[in-house]
Write a protein that binds this ligand. Structure first.
Ligand SMILES: C[S@@+](CC[C@H](N)C(=O)[O-])C[C@H]1O[C@@H](n2cnc3c(N)ncnc32)[C@H](O)[C@@H]1O
Length: 247
């Protein structure tokens, strides 16, 4: 809880890690498989308590599969990094507060994007012995992913004057990972399409995207993802920085 104003205005009360873990324990083990990595969408993610816990479990599974020679992409560091990027890209989130997603403001130095990237970087060092820096292709791909998947936006379709918030137009990237050649292809959909296709489903398990894939935008090596720069990151609409009067 960062301030009483933020609790009042944003309902900002973050879930403690022990509760996050208890909730994730309720999910079936199949949610943590390394490939294909099941998708998650956190619609009001705060600064990412659920997101980091989800990534942590997914990376743990990749470490295990690597040790047991069970990764779909094969053995070795490149295969493990491929699946780690896949795991990162399986996590989508929205929050209305720029402070929570991007951070970098007093009292909100670390946002959800940075928390995921830090975990990703530490795992590369601790498990794979790879120290990533700004020039690392894999880190540039990871950066690209969090900028496109973790979005500042309003999850409510209408504001208090019943004006559309533009939520349904928020662009989302769908990834399709190919372990045989460590490549990925990208398609673009919208949050509105995802919500509509979820509403139409009766399945008990959410699968974020519809089986009929939208138009493909880019295909290439997973570590070259940052070359897909013609795929626009979602525009920040009416970002809220609600730190004034914090105490
Ligand atoms: C109760 S907190 C939960 C944060 C996180 N899910 C957790 O459990 O730690 C609610 C979050 O919703 C965000 N929020 C409030 N209204 C929103 C809206 N209309 N669209 C998206 N996010 C919103 C707030 O900024 C806040 O981070």
């Amino acid at each position: 809880m960062k301030s009483s104003e933020r609790v009042r205005d944003l309902g900002e009360v973050f879930t403690p890690n022990a509760t996050v873990q208890d909730m994730l324990d309720l999910l079936p083990e199949t949610m943590w498989v390394s490939h294909p990595s099941p998708t998650f969408l956190e619609p009001a993610c705060g600064d990412g308590n659920f997101l980091v816990a989800i990534l942590d479990r997914k990376l743990d599974r990749i470490s295990e599969d690597l040790a047991n020679g069970m990764l779909a992409a094969g053995d070795g560091v490149d295969a493990a990094q491929f699946h780690a990027l896949e795991a990162l890209a399986s996590i989508y989130a929205v929050d209305i507060s720029t402070d929570n997603i991007v951070g970098g403001t007093p009292g909100h130095e670390i946002g959800a994007r940075s928390r995921l990237l830090t975990m990703f970087t530490e795992w590369n060092y601790e498990v794979l012995g790879r120290r990533l820096n700004d020039r690392s292709l894999v880190l540039r791909s990871a950066n690209w992913i969090v900028e496109h998947n973790l979005i500042v936006g309003n999850m409510l379709p209408f504001d208090t004057a019943w004006k559309s918030t533009g939520r349904d137009l928020i662009p989302l990237i769908e990834y399709s990972w190919e372990p045989r050649d460590l490549s990925v292809s990208l398609s673009k959909t919208t949050l509105g399409d995802v919500i509509a296709s979820e509403d139409a489903k009766t399945a008990t398990m959410l699968s974020l995207f519809s089986p009929v894939g939208p138009e493909q935008l880019w295909r290439g090596k997973a570590t070259n993802l940052s070359d897909a720069d013609h795929v626009e990151a979602p525009k920040l609409r009416g970002p809220i920085r609600n730190g004034a009067g914090r105490h």
